[in-house]
Design a protein around this ligand. Sequence first.
Ligand SMILES: Cc1ncc(COP(=O)(O)O)c(C=O)c1O
Length: 376
Amino acid sequence: MPGWEVIDKKESNALQKLFKEGGVLFAHGFNKFRKKYHVREFEKLSARKFNMKFAQAVSSGTAAIKIALLSLGVKRGDEVITQAFNFIATIEAILDIGAKPIIVDVDKTLNMCPKSLKRSITKKTKAIIPVHMLGVPAKMGAIMKIAKDKKIKVIEDNCEAMGAKLGKKYLCAIGEIGVVSFDFSKSITCGEGGMIYTNNKKLFKFVREYHDHGHENNIKLPRGMDTRTIYGFNYRITEMQAVVGKVQLSKLDKIINLQKKRYKELNNVLKKKYELREIPKNSKITFDTFIFFIKNKNIRNKVIKLLNRKKFGTKNLPDAIKWHCSAFWDHALDSKEVKKSIPTKNLLNTAIAIPISLKRSIKEYRNLSNQISKIA
Ligand SMILES: Cc1ncc(COP(=O)(O)O)c(C=O)c1O
């Protein structure tokens, strides 16, 4: 959970500066009382960082998924495909607009299985949401090919892999539209918040307007006289979140590098003894979480016990599996989709996820890897 782990004077100085500059906390208007538009700056810097044409800041990753779905014209009764290893936010965003979530399996990447995706497409499928779980890209080459063949749009849920790449492209640049989250547990954080990225001007126009009650944000018009043609909702973020977000964004590469050093300690030793999570070819991961499989229950339990004793914990596998596998979501999904999630649940039950924390030293990870290796 590195974003909050690296909060220091830079974030607090940025906040104090905002108050000294006039303390306008709203993203729009109040031109005479402010020196800067921090939300707009955060969006520009963020788009530039990931080589995207457009970025729109919103109040959460969940809101970002919902607005992205609406921008693609997904509506009541449509089907939207996503995956069984996930977070409930994706399902909630689909349900919130009256669409139906369709669940597909994950493969050993622990991301969307292209074969399972292909089998699940129907005439009602209007969008596909691959989720880049825990720092690793989905097999976007295969997923995009299937989507293009069937003329279905793709939203990348990149809430858990900000900064990861496939080939030369950052995640969020591969589908039509992509989203990230800045909640408390993400690679970079401003408490709550999200960003929507796209290279499509029409989609950007929709998300900009929809997140702000449909206002068109005409620069030449005073705020109170702004025009609109659609209604939307309030999914704005504040200037306070944006000043923190800008500082955190400037730390992202450093965070990934520091995570990499810890991750490598585990990877180099444990790859000799255990089956590791598959990493798709040509990907640059964020080293957020180290995941490996142990089929033998006895050995797996010994490793989990060790991780808990050493206070590393096991992040969502198995700690919070019920939060991250749709086999447990009968409160939101119909029974057919819950049942379809069982193969993924069975696979996840053999996996262990070690969180990479910058509060633990590289040496601690080295010692840990040797201890886990001995259990095998
Ligand atoms: C994969 C995934 N999608 C969406 C979200 C939702 O993000 P937020 O908490 O900003 O609404 C999360 C947050 O945990 C997530 O992990």
